[in-house]
Design a binder for this molecule. Sequence first.
Ligand SMILES: NC(=O)c1ccc[n+]([C@@H]2O[C@H](COP(=O)([O-])OP(=O)(O)OC[C@H]3O[C@@H](n4cnc5c(N)ncnc54)[C@H](O)[C@@H]3O)[C@@H](O)[C@H]2O)c1
Length: 260
Amino acid sequence: MNLEGKVAIVTGAAAMLGSAIVRAFVQGGAQVFAVDVDSVRGEALQAELGPRCRFVACDIASDTALDALVADVLASAGRIDFLVNNAVVYGDKGLEASRGEWLQALDVNLVSGAMLLQKTADALAAQGGAVVNMGSVGGKFGAAGRALYPAAKAAILQLTRNQAASLAPRRVRVNSVSPGWTWSDALSRMAGGDRAHADRVAAPMHPLGRAGDTDDVAQVVLFLCSDAARFVTGADIPVDGGFSMLGPDQGRSARDWFGG
Ligand SMILES: NC(=O)c1ccc[n+]([C@@H]2O[C@H](COP(=O)([O-])OP(=O)(O)OC[C@H]3O[C@@H](n4cnc5c(N)ncnc54)[C@H](O)[C@@H]3O)[C@@H](O)[C@H]2O)c1
């Protein structure tokens, strides 16, 4: 995939999944602006990847910071071809969530990406660019005790369709990617750093038999930004090893469950 000369903004770039997306763009030849509030890991990523990766410390929940980010990218690179809205806060609650907790979760996980697209839309339209919003299997199914994160992730799929419809006349494509369990900071923490353990726990829910790799997700993000996906917009691509194709019966008929 040749992305030479193209410019991408990736949010939430400092953690494992975001940095895999940045790496994939850099390997494809793009110039990447890696956006995060975590300066320590952001600077480390920039040092690892060299001149094609510029870390920008930026809180996406601040409009002033987003304005400065877009001005910075346009001043130094002169164009924006791709936007990947990947940043997230995982703090999650269900029925007991306060109004403040709702607003904070929706602000980072949903509204900030919408604001960043608003601020980059003209630049993206000038290039016939592409946007990828990050969904999740967590936004597709009910889960007791959870609401903030899943509601934001479900809303992202609808927002993607609305953004795609609004921007199609300007030749900007907007799609989402919905990962299953991915070997990320969160999963690694839960599995005590033991990848084989994570795969064993993930296998019954992911028919392909393991948790996802960050690069599994990154390659689909890259595909959606590439010319190979030039006629794809308003779509959600699950990158979940089959998690979302199965219902609660795990693909087995009633006859199977009755043992015959
Ligand atoms: N990890 C998984 O298994 C999984 C599964 C499905 C979907 N996803 C999606 O993938 C994306 C990345 O998830 P992750 O697991 O890497 O999350 P993570 O928490 O490991 O990383 C999120 C990154 O976003 C940054 N961030 C948070 N608030 C920010 C803000 N206000 N401004 C700028 N940066 C901010 C954090 O510093 C962090 O680097 C998310 O959209 C998530 O919903 C992940």
